[in-house]
Design a protein around this ligand. Structure first.
Ligand SMILES: NC(=O)c1ccc[n+]([C@@H]2O[C@H](COP(=O)([O-])OP(=O)(O)OC[C@H]3O[C@@H](n4cnc5c(N)ncnc54)[C@H](OP(=O)(O)O)[C@@H]3O)[C@@H](O)[C@H]2O)c1
Length: 323
C-alpha cells in the first residue's frame, strides 16, 4: 500500500511540474559572460541549442559538444546567424568512453579553465538492445556514466575556472527530468542483463534521470572545496527531438497537450549556470521555470550516493586500466 501511495505521489509531482507558473526569470537578466569559457553537451539541438544561444548572446566562449560533426557545424552556423557569435565545436560521443577522453583532452589542449559545464545531452527510450561502446545500458551510459567521466576528466579545468572566475566558483549543471521522481536506482540494469531486458526503456530513462540527481548531489559534496558548484534540474517538458521514438501522431498530441517551445527549457539551466543567486543552490534540484525545488529523498541519500559514485568510479578505473 505504501508503495502504491509513493508511486502515486511521484507521478503527481511529475504532473504538478508539467504546467509551471509563468517564468519570472528571462535570459536578458543573465550577466555579462565575457571571458567565461563554457561547454554545453548536446548543444546542437533542443534545450542545449537554446542554452548555447543565450550564452553566446551574453558573450561567453561556448564549446558546443556534439557527437555528430555535421550536426554540430550546422548548429554553429545557425547560431552565428542568430547571435553573430562563433561557438566552438567539440566532438563528444557520450556512448564511447574513448570519445569522452579524447574530447576532454582536446578541450584541455585549447583552454586552461572551464567556468560552467552544462551536462545537458540525453537519450530517451531507445530500443532495449541499445548499449554503449563499453556495453552499458545506453541511457545509463550516456546520461549518467558518460557525463560522470567527462566531468571527472575536466575537474582540473573546473578547479582553475573557480579560481579565475569573478564569483570564485565554477559550476556543473546537470539536466535531469521530472522522470527522476518515478525513477529508481537499479544496479542490475546498468550493464546488459536478463533482468535489464525485462525493464521498459522508459523506466530505464527515469532511472538514469534519478541517477543524474544522485551524482549531482554527490558532486556538490565532493567538489565543494575546489569551489565547484553542482546543481541538477528538471528543465520542464519541451517540444524537442527527445520524443523522436514516439510515432508522429502520438508526438503531435503530446506536443499539443503538454510541451513548451525549447527556449523555455533552457531557462532553468541558464539560471543555475549563470545567475549569482544560484550559488546558494549547491547540491540542490531546480524545477521549471528556474525555481528552487526538491527532488525525492534518494537524491540526497548519502549511502546510495556513495554506492552509485563507487560504481561509476569503478567503471572509469576499469576502462582506464585497459588503455
Ligand atoms: N524535452 C523534454 O521534454 C525534456 C524533459 C525533461 C528532461 N529533458 C532532458 O533535457 C536534455 C536535453 O534534451 P532535449 O529535450 O533537448 O532533447 P534532444 O533535442 O533530443 O537533444 C538531446 C541532445 O543530446 C545529444 N545526444 C544524444 N546521445 C548522445 C551521445 N551518445 N553523445 C553525445 N550527445 C548525445 C543529442 O545529439 P543528436 O542530435 O546527435 O541526437 C542532442 O544534441 C536531456 O538530458 C533530456 O533528458 C528533456
Amino acid at each position: 500500500m505504501g508503495g502504491v501511495l509513493t508511486t502515486m505521489r511521484n507521478y503527481a509531482t511529475v504532473a504538478g511540474q508539467a504546467y509551471p507558473p509563468k517564468p519570472t526569470f528571462a535570459v536578458d537578466q543573465i550577466p555579462d559572460l565575457a571571458g567565461s569559457v563554457m561547454i554545453v553537451t548536446g548543444g546542437n539541438t533542443g534545450i542545449g541549442y537554446e542554452t548555447c544561444k543565450a550564452l553566446l548572446a551574453h558573450d561567453a566562449k561556448v564549446y558546443l559538444a556534439a557527437r555528430s560533426r555535421e550536426k554540430g557545424h550546422a548548429a554553429i552556423a545557425r547560431l552565428k546567424e542568430e547571435t553573430g557569435k562563433d561557438a566552438v565545436f567539440l566532438e563528444l560521443d557520450l556512448a564511447s568512453m574513448k570519445s569522452i577522453k579524447r574530447a576532454a583532452e582536446e578541450f584541455a589542449a585549447k583552454e586552461g579553465a572551464l567556468r560552467v559545464l552544462f551536462n545537458n545531452a540525453g537519450v530517451m527510450n531507445p530500443p532495449i538492445s541499445a548499449l554503449t561502446e563499453e556495453g552499458h545500458d545506453l541511457q545509463w551510459g550516456v546520461n549518467v556514466l558518460g557525463h560522470f567521466y567527462f566531468t571527472e576528466l575536466l575537474l582540473p579545468l573546473l578547479a582553475a575556472g573557480a579560481k579565475s572566475s569573478p564569483d570564485h566558483h565554477s559550476r556543473v549543471i546537470t539536466t535531469s527530468s521530472s522522470g527522476a521522481y518515478p525513477g529508481k536506482i537499479d544496479f542490475d540494469t546498468f550493464k546488459d542483463s536478463k533482468h535489464r531486458r525485462k525493464v521498459h526503456p522508459e523506466l530505464l530513462y527515469f532511472n538514469s534521470k534519478l541517477g543524474n540527481t544522485v551524482v549531482a548531489h554527490q558532486a556538490a559534496l565532493r567538489y565543494a572545496d575546489m569551489g565547484i558548484i553542482s546543481i541538477a534540474l528538471n528543465p520542464g517538458n519541451l517540444d524537442s527531438e527527445l520524443y523522436r521514438t514516439i510515432p508522429s501522431v502520438g508526438r503531435w498530441i503530446v506536443a499539443k497537450v503538454m510541451l513548451y517551445p525549447n527556449w523555455y527549457g533552457a531557462l532553468t539551466q541558464l539560471y543555475a549556470g549563470t545567475m549569482p543567486d544560484a550559488l546558494k543552490l549547491n547540491g540542490e534540484f531546480m524545477i521549471p521555470w528556474a525555481r528552487p525545488g526538491k527532488c525525492k529523498k534518494e537524491m540526497y541519500d548519502p549511502e546510495l550516493g556513495r554506492r552509485v559514485w563507487e560504481w561509476l568510479d569503478g567503471e572509469v578505473k576499469a576502462f582506464e586500466a585497459k588503455l
